[in-house]
Design a protein around this ligand. Structure first.
Ligand code: SF4
Length: 388
């Protein structure tokens, strides 16, 4: 078997702008995660993106936006009838393809092997729990945890890199450290802890039983980050106000830090803004601000005196309605306007592509302060913004 060569992996504290696009292939899925946004969409409306449309989008990502990586989102993208052709096309034009998946279909060695032959770069596997918790969260399926473990073993045997996504909810708080241990045991390079985002229909649900308070989740997140660090795994916490993990801010990514995570999505191609190539750091700062408004993050009164308020999303509006903003803990000191302020202290996995090397030589200037209001934002909804 001739598998494609993989770029060398390094670790770096140099933060440069992400070159990763994202393409939704359709919302069909064979599990029903209890926190999924797509459950509110009728099954009849869940189709698959046509192969031709997928190829057209990939060409635009690569040749208009200059992306070098692409994430395939679902639903469950491994169920797309043309997924192997789509992956192969991305790889062929220089977009290193990642599939975001629950992973269970990769428990079949021949399926994992087919992705290797198609040129998959890596998988982002959703590991929301350990043991029976997996099936409970999934709501469907048999032997879910065992199938995921077999899939990870298959990927490792084929030298296909993988990362973990964990949606942090009440059900798995006590398992976050064990998930970090599983990452170490199986060879995952990165674990992303995604605090639950009450977007879209969830935003109108005042009492979501699986939604933890930030102060409830924080001690578990801190221990899981420490476990990852001990095991040499990159740990990221997404969508948490910066002050909620004191001492661990280097791992925390709100919408302002996301453009500097090479595993995250390029706001330019994500929203198909039309800007050719690579916009400036200032452009991404403005895009982060739009994202903060789009997803209904708000600053609470205590944020008004906070030194990092210009690089922090604050709290989700639904969260504030439910619990208020008394958990906010403003930073003192001079105003901070560079989103890289904390994350420049984090060692991150880097893929040494030729253009990434070029990016290393270019140090982006710090964005100009924008003097954000402490109040809330717009109510815009982006149809393709659901997160895994
Ligand atoms: S006080 Fe507000 S602006 Fe400051 S870190 Fe906390 S949530 Fe962010």
């Amino acid at each position: 078997m001739n598998l494609p060569a993989r770029p060398p992996v390094t670790r770096s504290r140099h933060r440069h702008l992400t070159r990763r696009g994202v393409l939704w292939l359709g919302l069909r899925c064979d599990v029903r995660c209890k926190f999924c946004y797509d459950e509110h969409i009728p099954t009849a409306e869940k189709g698959w993106l046509d192969l031709g449309d997928a190829i057209q989008a990939l060409e635009k990502f690569r040749f208009h936006y200059g992306n070098e990586f692409v994430d395939f989102m679902g639903g469950e993208p491994t169920l797309h009838p043309a997924i192997l052709e789509i992956v192969a096309h991305a790889a062929r034009i220089g977009l290193r393809p990642t599939v975001i998946t629950h992973g269970m279909h990769l428990a079949k060695p021949e399926r994992a092997h087919a992705f290797a032959e198609a040129g998959i770069h890596d998988f982002l596997v959703s590991i929301h729990g350990i043991g029976d918790t997996v099936a409970t969260i999934h709501g469907r399926g048999k032997n879910n945890a065992e199938r995921q473990r077999r899939a990870l073993d298959n990927l490792r045997a084929l030298s296909i890199p993988f990362r973990f996504n964990v949606t942090v909810i009440r059900d798995n708080l006590t398992q976050l450290e064990a998930i970090a241990e599983l990452a170490g045991e199986t060879g995952a390079r990165v674990v992303n802890f995604l605090t639950f985002n009450p977007y879209f229909e969830w935003a109108r649900t005042p009492e979501i039983d699986f939604q933890p308070r930030h102060s409830e989740a924080a001690p578990y997140l801190a221990r899981a980050i420490s476990t990852c660090t001990r095991l040499g795994i990159e740990a990221n916490v997404r969508y948490l106000p910066l002050c909620q993990l004191p001492g661990y801010e280097a791992h925390v990514y709100t919408g302002y830090q996301l453009p500097y995570d090479t595993h995250e999505w390029d706001y330019n191609s994500w929203y198909d803004t039309g800007y050719p190539g690579s916009p400036s750091a200032q452009w991404y700062y403005q895009a982060s601000r739009r994202q903060q408004n789009r997803h209904d993050y708000v600053h609470v009164p205590a944020c008004g005196s906070c030194a990092v308020r210009e690089i922090c999303d604050g709290f989700h509006a639904q969260y504030v309605t439910r619990w208020g903003g008394e958990e906010a803990s403003p930073y003192t000191g001079p105003p901070v306007t560079d989103p890289r302020h904390f994350i420049s202290e984090q060692d991150k996995v880097e893929y040494d592509t030729p253009s990434a090397s070029a990016a290393h030589d270019h140090v982006a200037p710090a964005p100009v302060p924008l003097h954000l209001d402490a109040g809330g934002g717009a109510k815009a909804r982006h149809e393709h913004s659901t997160r895994r």
